[in-house]
Design a protein around this ligand. Structure first.
Ligand SMILES: [Zn+2]
Length: 271
């Protein structure tokens, strides 16, 4: 990191996190409510670093507001809450589009093949290139984790996968034991998904290839941790060990800490 960047990061961290941004996260991002005070403070640091130390750009004709950057940075920061900002060393720039992006022209289609079929996407993570995010999808999915989908978690997971070069569905793991367990558990679930025998929880798009599988299970891990833990405990545990966080535990804790439902939400008596 060059001196100018370091100074910018230090200066950003020295400023208070604006209340306006905190209110935005409270209003627009469901997972914010599951974080405790220390986790929120750490996330606010990561957001500030991502805002000042990455290149943010809008597609032509689109105006990228501070609110959009803050919400996308918050979503991007959640997966590295238990890791380190260095895990995003391959994220150099984030390009935000208002909505779906249409891809045209010849481009790699995986497995050494090329395609020139037009395709509409809501996100993309290019090898050695930017992360592209469709704002309307990111905004909607931030508020509705029950959909199980989140384009920001998905594309940033690809960037974690790319840390060791090949996009093979395996992010950097601590030990060879962790690596073997990862491969064993993920291969089993990936094959189930390919056969259409994995149930409804995981997005079938994860069956495309192991890279997409990792991005898809990351979405489920952060959006629907309780169902994932209940239905696929082994898969949940390898993700928990890699990400060094336990979103299911966090959600249980947040729910337990909630006040009883107000009287107008009590279940109606059975007659
Ligand atoms: Zn993908």
């Amino acid at each position: 990191m060059v001196w100018g960047r370091r100074r910018r990061v230090r200066a950003a961290l020295a400023r208070a996190f604006p209340d306006e941004w905190r209110h935005l996260l409270e209003d627009r991002w469901a997972q914010w409510h599951t974080l405790d005070t220390a986790e929120r403070a750490h996330l606010e640091d990561l957001i500030r670093v991502l805002l000042v130390d990455r290149y943010w750009e809008a597609t032509r004709g689109f105006r990228l507001t501070a609110q959009m950057r803050v919400l996308i940075a918050a979503l991007a920061a959640l997966p590295i809450l238990g890791l380190d900002i260095d895990y995003y060393r391959r994220v150099t720039s984030i390009i935000v589009a208002p909505s779906t992006v249409r891809l045209e022209g010849p481009r790699p289609a995986g497995n050494g093949l090329y395609t020139d079929e037009p395709e509409a996407i809501i996100g993309q993570a290019a090898h050695e290139g930017p992360v592209v995010i469709a704002w309307d999808a990111a905004e909607e999915q931030a508020a509705r984790p029950e959909s199980g989908r989140n384009v920001v978690y998905h594309e940033f997971a690809h960037k974690l996968d790319m840390l060791e070069g090949a996009v093979d569905g395996t992010p950097p793991l601590d030990s060879s034991a962790a690596y073997h367990r990862w491969v064993e558990v993920c291969t089993l679930e990936y094959e189930r998904l390919r056969r259409g025998e994995a149930g409804d929880l995981l997005d079938p798009y994860g069956a495309e290839n192991p890279g997409e599988f990792f991005a898809v299970i990351t979405e489920t891990f952060f959006c629907q941790p309780l169902p994932l833990e209940a239905e696929k405990p082994a898969l949940y545990s390898v993700l928990r060990d890699f990400y060094r966080q336990d979103p299911a535990g966090r959600e249980r804790h947040a729910r337990a800490g909630q006040d009883p439902p107000p009287w107008w939400e009590w279940p109606s008596p059975r007659s």
